[in-house]
Write a protein that binds this ligand. Structure first.
Ligand code: ADP
Ligand code: MG
Length: 305
């Protein structure tokens, strides 16, 4: 007889869930527990909020001297820098000084003065990161540079959990982080894949789309989660690192289908910044990537790629 085990943990500010499907109940349970532990381990490495995390250590020291980085974190930073280059700087793990100056990190959102904004912009850009692959060292070009893996870390944690389940011999599994990053492999009985519901960004109880996910990942970024309003304008928490301004375009939400959740997570943020024209160019050049866009004026989302 087949079983489906479902376990959950709170990490990285959201609920992660693991679904493991197969015949051996004991194996499913121990594998699902190990997958949750893996997610918690990744949080300990990447968290901005934990002062003892690897990322916090880097941020506290890398402007003074090169820091030797945990190999796994080093590889993730390298992948993030490649995604920054591939998206023309739309996805950028050095965006934090901008996030702070618009008040999205702590406290209330506010419009910064031109001077504050200009100063923050000088500390942003992947060229601020000096990576030495041979020695696994990282140095910042100047004081005030920071790395923040918030727009890629959830996807990475999902990928690692999937790897743990696969290595344990679980037949089919799905993992999601806060529903915004999902990855699945194999299928539960009699289906083509794992059913994933994408809620409408404005009405969570309504569905924007359903899909059957198999051996792929999907990640969503939306305009509606965190924002503040000033003088009738809405400022959202995804920033355009190229201009220093919160993204304002016709998109309400962007979901990205890709081979793994790390890439899907980073690209959903990047696509939000790039807007429709940039998304069309990217998916045209990358056949393994598809995007589901919901525009403000539209009832239904549209697939690109
Ligand atoms: P969610 O938090 O809903 O998963 P994202 O994956 O899009 O959403 O990540 C958004 C977070 O990433 C923001 O809260 C901010 O800290 C950071 N961020 C904002 N703009 C960018 C950007 N252009 N590139 C990388 N990270 C960003
Ligand atoms: Mg993201």
């Amino acid at each position: 007889m087949s079983h489906l085990i479902r376990l959950r943990t709170f990490a990285m500010g959201c609920d992660f869930e693991v679904f493991a499907f197969g015949e051996d109940r004991g194996l499913l349970r121990s594998a699902a527990e190990a997958a949750l532990e893996e997610i918690e381990r990744i949080e300990q490495l990447l968290s901005h909020y934990l002062p003892e995390s690897e990322v916090s250590y880097i941020n506290a020291h890398a402007f003074r001297e090169p820091v030797r980085v945990h190999p796994e974190v080093f590889s993730l930073i390298e992948r993030a820098v490649r995604l920054c280059e591939q998206t023309g700087g739309a996805f950028d793990i050095t965006v934090m000084p901008l996030v702070r100056c618009w008040g999205f990190y702590a406290g209330a959102g506010h419009v910064p003065s031109p001077r504050t904004l200009a100063r923050a912009r000088q500390r942003v850009g992947c060229s601020q990161l000096r990576l030495d692959a041979q020695n696994q060292m990282l140095a910042f070009a100047r004081e005030g540079v920071e790395i923040h893996l918030g727009a890629i870390g959830k996807g990475y944690a999902v990928d690692r959990a999937i790897e743990v389940l696969r290595e344990a011999g679980v037949e089919a599994a799905m993992v999601h982080g806060g529903h915004s990053s999902v990855r699945a492999y194999g299928t539960p009985t009699d289906t083509e894949g794992w059913q994933v519901r994408l809620p409408h960004p404005l009405h969570q109880e309504r569905s924007m789309a359903y899909l059957l996910l198999r051996d792929r990942a999907i990640s969503t970024s939306a305009a509606t989660e965190q924002y503040f309003e000033r003088k009738g304008r809405r400022y959202g928490h995804i920033l355009d690192p190229r201009t220093g301004l919160p993204v304002q375009n016709e998109l309400l939400s962007v979901s990205v289908l890709a081979a793994d959740a790390t890439v899907a997570d980073a690209l959903s943020t990047a696509f939000f910044v790039l807007g429709e024209t940039g998304i069309r160019e990217y998916v045209h050049a990358h056949p393994g990537v598809q995007a589901l866009l919901l525009r403000r004026q539209d009832e239904q989302p549209e697939w690109l790629g």
